[in-house]
Design a protein around this ligand. Sequence first.
Ligand code: ZN
Ligand code: ZN
Length: 94
Amino acid sequence: MQSKNKKAPTSSERIHIARIKGMDCVVCGASGPSECHEINQGQWFTSMPLCPDCHRGNLNGIHGQKRIWAVKKMDELAALNQTIETLLNDNCIL
Ligand SMILES: [Zn+2]
Ligand SMILES: [Zn+2]
């Protein structure tokens, strides 16, 4: 799913990515650091923290069969909504 010649993130994007990766998995709550999943490639401000299983797991991952996403009744926008709320509650966005 990763494109090979992705544009390098800008400095503000890198700060955001670091915050995302420091968060717990937004789907199952596994404690971070997490992987950063972009809904659309290269659009980092709509990315979210996922554990390896919820991200790339064959059964559970968003790039796999999305089983845990179905169990939690979540899609990418629901996960993004939760991610933004957590960022604001943690006072990470100032
Ligand atoms: Zn997870
Ligand atoms: Zn991903």
